[in-house]
Write a new protein. Sequence first.
Lengths: 376, 325
Amino acid sequence: MNAAPSRLSHRTITQIGRYEAVDLHGIDKDLALTLYSQMLRLRRTEEALHREYHPAEEMRCPIHFCIGQEAVPAALSALVRPDDFMFSHHRSHGYYFAKGAPMRELFAEIYGRETGANGGKAGSQDISHSGSHFYSGAILAGAVSIAVGAAFGFQHAKTRQISISGFGEGATDEGAFWEAMNYSGKKRLPILFVIENNRYATFSDQLKRQAEDNIVERVTPFGVRATQIFGNDVALAWRTLHTEISRLREGDGPVLVEAYTYRWNSHVGPEDDSANAYRSGDEIAFWKTNCPIALFENKLRLQHWLNDDEKDAIEQEIAGEIAANFQFAKDSAFPTDTDWHRMTYEDASPLADALLGTAAGGNFDHYQADAKLGPY
Amino acid sequence: MARQLSYANAILEATDQAMALCDKVVVLGQLVDTQSGIFGTTTGLVTKYGTERVQDFPVAENLMTATAMGAALTGLRPVVCHQRLDFMIYSLDAITNWLALWRFKSNGKSAMPVTIRTIVGKGWGQGPQHSKSLHAWFAHLPGLRVAVPSTAYDIKGLLLESILGETPTIFVEGRGLYSMTDHVPEQPYRVRFGQAVVRRHGRDVTLVAIGSMVPIALRAATLLEKEGIDVEVLDPRTLTPLDRHSICQSVAKTRRLVVADPAWHSFGAAAEIITSVSEEIGDQLRAKPIRVTLPDSHTPMSMALEPRYYPADDDLVVALKQAVS
């Protein structure tokens, strides 16, 4: 049985060959089919967006497709509560779905329509859905830091909510990431850091940027409990995250889970970026062989929890949803409001209105010396 | 005599009253929980409100700002305090890439009631890394409000308005102003953003003075009174929003404009104010507008050079005389 070694590295991970360690322990049929459907829905959505991007040219924003990285978001989708907050990077669609935000607002946003999650102002890489407590952004580690603040808020309010910060290993190059480790570890904040380590920051190998690919070892001394998993095994991802999220809700945080996975597509857009020759055919073949959906589907079929008819039904439902949402996006109006001030500033201040009055000032005496500073 | 408070004590009173009025207000900053309390502006708050609401923070300014943002998303109203603006520069990512555009990119669905206080040193050899007044940088960013209060009365009202408001705001506080007293009413009150105040009425020349230039401007105006030059001194109080209307109204009367800005000469708030006036009523000006600023150079430490670097009463007198000549 080919399982992942206890210490993972992209340098050696292809030695696993075909991963055969999918284990349904702790997962019942309903949950299994939920995880499977979530992965398939994300995959089919990304494939459809990828297919439609050119030559239609109606999605005029950078999209960072996450095909191949479906397992972690699917596992999270089955574990987060509606009142948890989730923060993602630019490769955001998986997390957007994981938080339960609606597909139609994603599609309309990408199409730059008024009905989009952000009225067409954010696009794929900056999308947020505040009703679902989902936020994202393209500047690495910025959202990681804001996620720390949400955890601060939850700790302050003494709730059982948690903050989830999803990002790639590229963000761990940033100083802001290490500030986040230091502070969340010191404060024992209820935050889950999920690294989807797909090896490359755009085209740059982690080991071109960092001396060692041992993030979990480096964060531990900060007081951040950390674990590595083979990130294409959705059952393992669910079990790991289930345990860690339960501990977080009991106040036993923070935690970091590093999931080794891979993006099948280019860094951004449907264009082929293989001219940069940054990854090998063998590596790509390994990860496609160990497709998170195929691995799990094989297990479900062996378990007799999924057959062709059942799969077809799931596929049809997803295809219908995607088609309807393309239509919704294309039928929606473009934004026309150009009140830039209103878009940018909140002029209302209801709390100040309720609590503050006015009071007259006096005459300022301008013959006062500057404050005398000392050495401090 | 009406109740007097120093600028520093007015900050403390505003923060204290905001915390009393709203239990969502929290204070974050390095050493905010100590007796010295950011030059007296947070002293005693930890005793009154506890360590949950008054929290020291690691020396990690970027994370501090981002933490305030995330906390604001959960309903808190953080007040972030920086002992010196120069350290705050570490947080430019949080401010520029996230805070300023948060409302915009959420399509107005998500607010960021975060107040950032930052202090600009002046004197006693603060030197080039303890004295930069970068209010124009922040005022350049859409989505933020920038306050440059010059009096204790103003900073109390503006702070309360900001902490209990919905828009992210940066306060650039001149350290030299900290000991200056003013009449400060005891009750919590608001001062609106975007409302300039005429500190001295005059008819010959308009002097727009920003932040720590305000007392200097008023002194220069008083000196010129003896020479028969009647200076109107206008304090914008906030740069974003900027009360262009009141500034133009004053200049329309005096036909002459001098701007005193405690920041570098080029690409600054003074340039913005002169441009705004020129665009609106430039054809009514009777003299070339003048800006009185710091030179385009860094702050020297030496006590011999400091007074030559910072514009003082005399420099304003010269500029004002030139404007009316």
